[in-house]
Structure formats: structure tokens, C-alpha cells
Design a protein around this ligand. Structure first.
Ligand SMILES: Cc1cc2nc3c(=O)[nH]c(=O)nc-3n(C[C@H](O)[C@H](O)[C@H](O)COP(=O)(O)OP(=O)(O)OC[C@H]3O[C@@H](n4cnc5c(N)ncnc54)[C@H](O)[C@@H]3O)c2cc1C
Ligand code: FES
Length: 531
């Protein structure tokens, strides 16, 4: 496989070493940094699809809205997406019917369909050039799964009012043991960074304010501190993917998974524009079965990009399957070559994080215990529509429009139907604290090559170490500032990842994914042997 090492990337652009096609093919979306204290009606924290949709809805309703983003727009998970816009959810509808009943499953379907139509309509209204097109989506069987999964899903989608149909062969894919699939007509795809840029332009045209390189801290009911200045607000929307306004409640209701993407060149005309998903590996050790997700994207005059995702694992726990992060791309490629023989050179690869809520539905609405702080989290890999639902709902709640979906997505709802999964996920989370007493993966600093990191022990202390390309060793406490998990080195994105709730830190110790709000504590250590 092609070598994909880059110079260290500006952490304002993206949250790791690898850079997605979307980010590589557009200029960074930068605004001014906040440089004074301000008053605003609504403060939105986070410049991904959730935050920008919220700010857009509020600005176009005439509200005074300010959005702050600690990198540039799209520098979180939105810039690392594959941008399928679909109501074919990655958790099955027949499971949703089992957990929530038919009426609520229907509401869930309706919310994602509404989001897809809203995106289509808004792109037209605001004249956003982002390559949006309607495409069919095909759900087919993973080789480990049984045909009943497709049968039950088809029946459930029909019961819930979708115009799905069963096809005897999946268009575009070869070498499937079970050729049948469910077709979801009229789904969507776009270039996500071009879409965000269009939303941001519309926000500022409608009087909204956006500040980038502006990190919000100390969020409470009166507003927040940002870059050391005070932002006073009547309403606060925390759209930071994993909420950074509180440290416990929401982080016991969802689990972070890391997911991988390769983008391979395909001659134009060889494959149809479409979305493809398999039903997931039912033999996987993870509670959320990893599945493959594929789409075609326009690239240049001669080629399209086939964008293939999957090989998920819980954040910081890739080693539990003995498949390090950097080896997951090879597995994706092995799978893709068989199913799409036209796939050629790999042009891009990257990874990112999704939050898996315990009962399959996201959390949108008032933060538990707060009256004027709202959260949008729990995207479950459907964040294009989920983030859009979040924006529509939260803006509606602030402007006094009641939504049919409020109870369904209420962050304070009880999630008893999935108690078994909850205990298993909570168990694997708690098990990570055992790393306190196991030795680190690095015995001697001399083992570290330039650009590599790891965890070492000194007595009872755990130390996160990184050797930069000038041979200098950087050392930090390996104890996650959130709730004390022991960090793991991610050799692919070159970050220290926490296996407990998914916080991530760059090789320079800066926090790049919450829930931690703090950087790693720097330590001084001496390397005894000269290299
Ligand atoms: C590889 C991959 C493939 C995916 N594919 C799909 C797909 O095909 N379809 C789909 O629907 N979904 C997909 N998803 C999920 C989807 O991309 C995400 O759910 C969605 O982008 C999340 O958007 P967000 O706005 O909630 O979060 P983010 O985009 O992460 O935005 C949150 C922002 O908050 C900022 N922030 C954090 N803390 C602070 C702070 N204290 N102050 C200021 N700013 C802060 C961050 O920098 C970040 O930019 C995929 C995800 C990944 C990783
Ligand atoms: S993210 Fe919670 S302990 Fe690390």
C-alpha cells in the first residue's frame, strides 16, 4: 500500500495525522479568533454539521447567535466523515421497533427523512455548490450474517412507511455469497466541507457571528469563557460531538468507536453513484457490529473515488483484537478489492470517531439538569442526518417550536430495554482501569523510532512518551485528565487515545477529542542512552 505519512498537520485543520479527501480538496474554513468579551442571545459551541445547522436555523429565524469553534470549521469528525446522507440507519429498524415500539421507530425514520429533505432544500435555497446528488442506497448481507436480518429489516421498513424494495442482485458489487439486497431509493451524498462552507456563509449573511481557533471552557448557564474572554448568553448549545460541559452523566450512556476509511481511484463510468452498506460482522467482539460502508465521489475528469469505510473498534482498544490501528486499512482494502474489482490506487486514507448510544438513538435536547444548556450527541455513524435533526430540534426548542421528536431524543430518557448491552459496554469500560497495574508497551526509550509514541512505566507511574522527528523525547502523564483512564498510543493518527470514554490527545499533549477539557500534564524525563 502507498506510504501515507505527512508532516505534522496543523491541529486546527483536523484531529490527527491523516487528512481526509474533503479536507485535502478545500481551503481551511477560517474566521477571526474571539478577542474581546461579548454578549449574545445564543452561544453555539462546535463548528461541525450539528453546530452549524443549529446556528443557521437560529440566524435565519432572526436570533442573535454566536458560534465558537476551537479549530477551523469541520476540523472535528465532520471533516472525517464519508457523507452518506441517509435514513437507512446503521442500527436496524426492526431492533428500534423492539426497543421503542412501532410509533417511536416511525418517528425516528421520519426525523432522518426530514433531515435528508431539509439538506436538499437548503442547498437549493442557499445555492450551495457541494456536489449534492440523490442516489440509491443498497443494504446487503455481511458474510457472517443470516438472510433473516435482511428479511426482518425489509418488513420493518415497509411497516414504518418506507418505499424500500428487495433486489435480486446488488448493483455494482461482485463476489457476494448472498446477492439479494434492500434498495432505499432517493438517498443523498455531497462534499461535506463545501456544504459547511455554504452554511457558514449563510449564517454570517443573516447576522450570525462565527469565531474559529476559539475554545469554550467553563460552560455554565450564564455562558462560557472562550480564549480567556467572557461570552454571556441566554442559551448555550454544546455541539462538540461528545459533550464537554459535564464530565459524567452523558459519558455513561454512549461509547466511542474508531472507524477507518480508504478512498480508491476508479475510472469514470465503471461504477454507479450509489451508497452501499453491509449488515455488519455478527462475529465481532464489539457490541456494535462493525460494518462496511461505501460510496462513489466525483474526483477529476477521468476518475471517481470509491470511498470505503469500516473495521471499527472501541477507541484505544484496537489491541484487544491484535490489529493495530494502522493495519486496519489493509483489511478494508482486502475486502474492497474482492467486492469492487474496478478499485484502483488508494489516494487517501483516514480514521475518525463515532459515538454509539446505548439504545441506538442519539441525545438531543436539554442537558440533564439544565434549563438553558442544550446538547447534540450520540450520532451513531449517521451524523449527517443526526446533526441536522439536532440543529432543527434545538433551534426549534429555543425559538419555542415544539418538535414531535423531543421525547424520542431526550438526553434524560431512561434506556432500560438495552440493559444487557449497557452492562457489557460499561464492563469493557471499567476493565480499562486494569491498565493501571499492567506494564506499559515501551520498556526502554531507545525502542522509540522518530514519530513514534507509547506508554512506559516508572515505578507506579505511567508515562506517555513521544519521540519527535528531531529525536527529542516528549513526556506526559499517561493518566487521562477526564476520569483517570490509562492512555494508549494510536500509531496511525499519532495520538494518545483513552480507552475509557474516548478522549484523545495529540503527540504534543493537547486535547483533540473530549470529554477531557484539559491537555496532558507535561513531565520532564531524561533519556539515559544517547542514540
Ligand atoms: C470515518 C467516519 C465516517 C462517517 N460516515 C458517515 C456517513 O457516511 N454518514 C453520516 O451520516 N455520518 C457519518 N459519520 C458520522 C458523522 O461524520 C458525525 O457524526 C458528524 O460529523 C458529527 O458532527 P458534529 O457536528 O456533531 O461533531 P464534530 O464535527 O466533531 O464537531 C464538533 C466540533 O466541536 C469543536 N469543539 C470541541 N470542543 C470545543 C470547545 N471546547 N470549544 C470550541 N469548539 C470545540 C471540535 O473542534 C469540532 O469541530 C462518519 C464519521 C466518521 C468518523
Ligand atoms: S475519557 Fe474518560 S477517563 Fe479518559
Amino acid at each position: 500500500m502507498k506510504e501515507f505519512r505527512h508532516d505534522p498537520i496543523d491541529p486546527n485543520i483536523t484531529s490527527g495525522e491523516n487528512i481526509s479527501f474533503w479536507t485535502a480538496s478545500t481551503s481551511p474554513i477560517k474566521y477571526k479568533k474571539l478577542n474581546k468579551s461579548i454578549d449574545t442571545d445564543v452561544l453555539v459551541v462546535g463548528g461541525g454539521i450539528s453546530g452549524l445547522t443549529t446556528a443557521y436555523c437560529l440566524a435565519t429565524s432572526g436570533r442573535n447567535v454566536t458560534l465558537v469553534e476551537d479549530g477551523y470549521l469541520g476540523s472535528g469528525e465532520t471533516g472525517r466523515t464519508t457523507a452518506h446522507i441517509t435514513y437507512a440507519l446503521d442500527d436496524r429498524y426492526f431492533e428500534l421497533e423492539k426497543i421503542f415500539g412501532k410509533h417511536k421507530a416511525m418517528l425516528a425514520a421520519n426525523s432522518h427523512m426530514t433531515a435528508l429533505h431539509w439538506i436538499d432544500k437548503t442547498i437549493g435555497l442557499e445555492k450551495i455548490v457541494c456536489g449534492f446528488r440523490r442516489v440509491p442506497g443498497y443494504l446487503f448481507l455481511h458474510s457472517s450474517d443470516k438472510i433473516e436480518t435482511l428479511e426482518k429489516e425489509y418488513e420493518s421498513t415497509r411497516r414504518l412507511g418506507m418505499f424500500t424494495e428487495v433486489l435480486s442482485k446488488v448493483p455494482g458489487i461482485e463476489n457476494l455469497t448472498e446477492p439479494r439486497c434492500i434498495k432505499f431509493p432517493g438517498q443523498g451524498q455531497f462534499h461535506i466541507m463545501m456544504y459547511l462552507n455554504g452554511l457558514a456563509d449563510a449564517i454570517t449573511r443573516n447576522g450570525g457571528k462565527i469565531f474559529t481557533e476559539t475554545r469554550a471552557q467553563d460552560i455554565d448557564k450564564s455562558g462560557a469563557k472562550a480564549n480567556g474572554y467572557t461570552v454571556k448568553a441566554n442559551y448555550i448549545v454544546v455541539a462538540t460531538n461528545t459533550p464537554v460541559n459535564e464530565i459524567v452523566t452523558m459519558h455513561t450512556k454512549q461509547w466511542p468507536y474508531r472507524t477507518y476509511v480508504i478512498a480508491s481511484r476508479v475510472s469514470k463510468g465503471m461504477l454507479p453513484y450509489a451508497l452501499w452498506w453491509d449488515t455488519g460482522n455478527v462475529r465481532s467482539k464489539w457490541i456494535t457490529d462493525p460494518y462496511h460502508y461505501v460510496r462513489l465521489q466525483e474526483y477529476d475528469n477521468l476518475y471517481d473515488l470509491l470511498i470505503i469505510g469500516g473495521e471499527d473498534h472501541k477507541v484505544g482498544q484496537a489491541g484487544k483484537e491484535d490489529i493495530p490501528e494502522q493495519n486496519r486499512y489493509d483489511l478494508l482494502w482486502e475486502w474492497a478489492k474482492k467486492k469492487f474489482p474496478a478499485a484502483g490506487n488508494i489516494e487517501y486514507r483516514w480514521s475518525g470517531q463515532v459515538m454509539e448510544p446505548v439504545d441506538s438513538l442519539g441525545f438531543i435536547g436539554k442537558n440533564p439538569g439544565d434549563d438553558n444548556i442544550y446538547i447534540i450527541t450520540g450520532d451513531s455513524g449517521n451524523g449527517m442526518t443526526h446533526g441536522t435533526i439536532g440543529g432543527l430540534m434545538v433551534a426549534g426548542m429555543i425559538t419555542g417550536k415544539k418538535s414531535l421528536w423531543e421525547e424520542l431524543y431526550d438526553p434524560s430518557r431512561k434506556t432500560l430495554s438495552t440493559a444487557g448491552d449497557y452492562l457489557r459496554e460499561a464492563g469493557t469500560m471499567a476493565a480499562q482501569y486494569a491498565d493501571w497495574i499492567t506494564p506499559g508497551d515501551i520498556k526502554e526509550l531507545s525502542e522509540l523510532e522518530p514519530g513514534q509514541g507509547g506508554i512506559t512505566s516508572s515505578g507506579l507511574k505511567k508515562i506517555a512518551v513521544y519521540r519527535d522527528t528531531n529525536q527529542k523525547i516528549h513526556a506526559y502523564s499517561a493518566i487521562c485528565p477526564h476520569l483517570g483512564g490509562i492512555l494508549q498510543w494510536n500509531g496511525d493518527e499519532k495520538s494518545f487515545d483513552c480507552p475509557v470514554h474516548g478522549s484523545r490527545f495529540s503527540a504534543s499533549g493537547k486535547v483533540i477529542n473530549g470529554p477531557s477539557i484539559d491537555d496532558l500534564k507535561k513531565l520532564e524525563i531524561k533519556e539515559e542512552k544517547s542514540r
